[in-house]
Design a protein around this ligand. Structure first.
Ligand code: PGA
Length: 258
């Protein structure tokens, strides 16, 4: 049975206090779930990474960062370096979230530099990809995803492939205005993404965890995780309450492993 990945990016919402309470509650609620079956990760804001890391065991919750600069240090006001994120205990680096691409102008070429740097520092990059509604309606979803993957993953060394995770998050599905992808659509696109990963990396491309994100909620998580090519769920709003996230985690565990 494949390993499942369940995680949340708390965006610009939780303070240090909120984040610490959140990860503590999540760790406590889910401590019986075997982590070789389900890995849980939380990606808080920068200020909360260190305190969240210290609040719970690494064995229970993996902590990540929502972005990272590609340089070790330098004249980059307002940015954060891999050394700084390593110092506070981040393990996953989320890259290319749709809000960074579409609200903050991040390009595939920037994301690629960050991804290669993150691998160089021993992080696990979580590359987010997804088409906009316009691209979908124009029949360009696959073309968009192909570019995001080809550029985003350019230059990854063979020995680093196993550290990568990919999240498919269609832009039209994310956030308060989002309409969740149907489980069938998610599966269809995940199959295409898997094929692209195999084109890029051969057999090793089959091992890259492929998560779905975008309006995952209590009603649709079960059908989504039930799809063969969906290895995990990357959840926003529905995960930010620890008890609700626990309900989803327990539901996935029962469905997939019991
Ligand atoms: P959402 O966010 O679940 O609130 O739609 C998903 C995301 O932005 O990753």
């Amino acid at each position: 049975m494949k390993k499942i990945y369940l995680g949340t990016n708390t965006k610009m919402y939780k303070t240090i206090k909120d984040s610490v309470e959140f990860v503590k509650a999540l760790a406590e609620n889910t401590k019986e779930i075997p982590r070789e079956k389900i890995e849980l990760f939380v990606i808080p804001s920068y200020t909360a990474i260190g305190p969240s890391r210290e609040a719970v065991s690494k064995d229970l919750i993996t902590i990540g960062a929502q972005n990272m600069h590609w340089a070790k240090e330098g004249q980059f006001t307002g940015e954060i370096s891999p050394v700084m994120l390593d110092e506070v205990g981040a393990q996953i680096i989320e890259l290319g979230h749709s809000e960074r691409r579409h609200k903050l102008g991040e390009r595939d070429i920037d994301i690629n530099k960050k991804l290669l740097t993150s691998l160089g520092y021993g992080f696990r990059p979580l590359l987010c990809i997804g088409e906009t509604k316009e691209q979908k309606d124009a029949g360009d979803a696959l073309k968009t995803l192909r570019i995001q993957l080809n550029v985003g993953l350019d230059g990854v060394k063979e020995e680093d492939i196993a550290k990568i995770m990919v999240a498919y998050e269609p832009v039209w599905a994310i956030g308060v205005e989002g309409i969740p992808a149907s489980p069938e659509y998610a599966e269809e696109i995940h199959k295409e993404i898997r094929a692209l990963l195999v084109q890029l990396f051969g057999e090793k491309g089959k091992e890259i965890p492929l998560l779905y994100g975008g309006s995952v909620n209590n009603e649709n998580y079960s059908a989504l995780i039930g799809k063969d090519e969906v290895d995990g769920l990357f959840i926003g709003r529905s995960a930010w309450n620890a008890d609700n996230f626990t309900t989803i985690i327990n539901g996935v565990y029962r469905q997939m492993f019991k």
